[in-house]
Each structure stands twice: as structure tokens, then as C-alpha cells.
Write a new protein. Structure first.
Length: 317
């Protein structure tokens, strides 16, 4: 029986086109596109191309119920796959820009995540991401919102549901180092630290995430394969990588599904603690179980699958 954790999932990335159309119809009383027209948009030339659609779609989430419903639908999709633990990202800054406060979004998600614990036995918790293109000052303000939220003792019930901070969105033009101060504050507050690095950006971003931010896991990190010294460092310090094969293929980080799987195997060969994850499953053609199925369909043996699943449980916070 499969038993694994998902460590790289953006909850907003579970917004299926069918659900987006439902939201459009409910809110606007009309559907602007057919499902086929919408699905056609889910083909991307690169990370930025995807982010444009991603942030546009998120504008449809604008009530507490929407966030709860989004999360509920995700849990209904993955229950029974073998998923026992999830540490999911969310993007409070985009929701804030759309008029939804940290408190509204976090409480709605946290309630659904708590229910997943109670109802499905999935140990589900949240990691809040800073969007790197919004800069370190904006990140600092977002962290202030978190501190203010938890200063209210009534919110203590949610404290075990927020476990860390991450860094996402456009990687290549926005290196990690300017976020060192805000990461230090998050660490002092007792939050775990992760960051996206080495997906579209160079291995330098991975070095910087480790040395400047002090992260405990690297999200993606496949471009570490270009840097032998970095591979040694990741191996020596047992730094987990949350690799997302279907995402890498969809965003043209690699040129085929075969080479997406090859990256996972090459990293394992280098002694790296690799995990397999889904990233934004509604956009990239598959959930966590589909990513494992991709590996199987490319001939990866059950012993290796088992190792990857064990890695995911070990790398969980
Ligand atoms: Zn991601």
C-alpha cells in the first residue's frame, strides 16, 4: 500500500478549469468561455506564461467559502491515493491584492485542512509563500500580518496549521538574497523555511537559498545537476529537493516526460534526498499519484518508487 507525503503543492494550483467555470457562472451569472477554450489556455511556453494565467484565475477566489471549497475539492481528489501528509503552499499576497486579507484566507484554508485531519486522517498543514517579484518589503508586511493574527489568542487554535514560509513566483529575475532579513524573522518566530530555487533560475539560486536564507528544503532544485559542488553540498547536508516531474515537463524545464523522470533518477544517483510532488496539478496534467504513475510508465521500479515515498515522509516537517 502506497504511503507518501506531498511537500510541493500550491493549493491555488488545484483550481480545475471546470471549477473556475462554476465560479464564473456563480459570480457573473455567465460563462465567458467554453471548457474547451479554457483548457486550450492550459498549455504553457514557460513559467511566466503559466503565472499569468494562474494569477488571473485566482481573481475568481474572493470569499472565505471559495478557499474552503477549493481545499475540500483537493482533499476529495487525493483521499485514497496513499497520501497521508501534505504541506501545502498558499499565496497570501495575491489574495491580499485581490481584497482578501491574510486572516480571511488563512482561516478558511486552515478550517478545511483541520477537517482533512479529522475526516480523512491526512496530516495537512500550510506553508505561506512570499512572491519574490513583490520584493522583500512586501514580504515583511505579510509576515507582520501573520504576527498580528497570532497575537490574538483566539487564533491559537490555528497555530499548528501554519508551519513555515516559502518563496515562489518568477524565479530567474528575482534571486533569494534580498529576502534574508524576512527569513531570519520567520525562523526566529519558529517557522520552517523553504524556497523555490533551481527551476528556471540557475544553481546560484540554490546556493543562495541555502546560505543566505538558511532553508531546510529546496523546492524544485533540478538545476543542481549542473553544479557538482552543489550536489556534494546537498548530499552532505541531506537537503531534500521537492521535484515535480509533470510540472517540469509542462513548463518546458525539460523537453520530454522521459527527461523529467531522468532528472529524478539522476539526482537519486548523486545521493540526493529527492521527493516527488505535483506543484500545480490542475494546470500541469496531474496530481501526486499521477506523478508516481508517470515514473512507473517510464519504467521506474517499485523499489525506487518506495524509496521516493520514504524520502517524502522523512523530508516532511
Ligand atoms: Zn511550486
Amino acid at each position: 500500500m502506497d504511503n507518501f507525503a506531498e511537500l510541493h503543492l500550491h493549493i491555488e494550483g488545484t483550481l480545475e478549469p471546470e471549477y473556475l467555470m462554476e465560479l464564473q457562472a456563480r459570480k457573473n451569472g455567465t460563462q465567458l468561455e467554453t471548457i474547451d477554450e479554457l483548457r486550450k489556455k492550459y498549455s504553457f511556453s514557460d513559467l511566466q506564461d503559466f503565472l499569468n494565467l494562474y494569477y488571473e484565475s485566482m481573481q475568481m477566489l474572493n470569499a472565505s467559502d471559495d478557499y474552503s471549497e477549493l481545499a475540500d475539492r483537493y482533499f476529495q481528489r487525493v483521499v485514497g491515493t496513499g497520501l497521508t501528509q501534505v504541506e501545502a503552499f498558499f499565496d497570501p499576497q495575491t489574495h491580499g491584492a485581490n481584497g482578501n486579507s491574510f486572516e480571511t484566507v488563512f482561516k478558511a484554508l486552515a478550517n478545511s485542512f483541520q477537517q482533512a485531519n479529522d475526516k480523512y486522517g491526512i496530516n495537512a498543514r500550510l506553508i505561506m509563500c512570499f512572491e519574490r517579484d513583490r520584493g522583500p518589503e512586501a514580504a515583511k508586511k505579510t509576515l507582520d500580518d501573520v504576527f498580528a493574527f497570532f497575537e490574538n489568542k483566539e487564533n491559537d487554535v490555528f497555530s499548528n496549521l501554519l508551519i513555515g514560509v516559502g518563496l515562489d513566483s518568477a524565479e530567474a529575475p528575482f534571486p533569494p538574497a534580498p529576502f534574508a532579513g524576512v527569513y531570519e524573522r520567520a525562523r526566529n518566530y519558529g517557522l520552517h523555511l523553504v524556497a523555490h530555487a533551481g527551476e528556471e533560475g540557475s544553481p546560484e539560486n540554490i546556493w543562495s537559498a541555502l546560505d543566505d536564507l538558511g532553508v531546510e528544503r529546496i523546492d524544485h532544485g533540478v538545476r543542481a545537476l549542473e553544479d557538482e559542488a552543489l550536489l556534494k553540498r546537498l548530499e552532505k547536508d541531506r537537503v531534500p529537493l521537492t521535484v515535480c516531474p509533470l510540472s517540469n515537463y509542462a513548463l518546458k524545464v525539460v523537453d520530454s516526460k522521459k527527461s523529467a523522470v531522468r532528472k529524478v533518477l539522476d539526482l537519486l544517483d548523486k545521493g540526493i534526498m529527492v521527493t516527488v510532488n505535483s506543484d500545480d496539478p490542475a494546470y500541469f496534467g496531474g496530481y501526486i499519484d499521477d506523478n508516481y504513475e508517470l515514473l512507473r510508465s517510464e519504467g521506474v521500479g517499485e523499489d525506487v518508487i518506495e524509496l521516493l515515498m520514504q524520502n517524502s515522509l522523512k523530508a516532511a516537517f
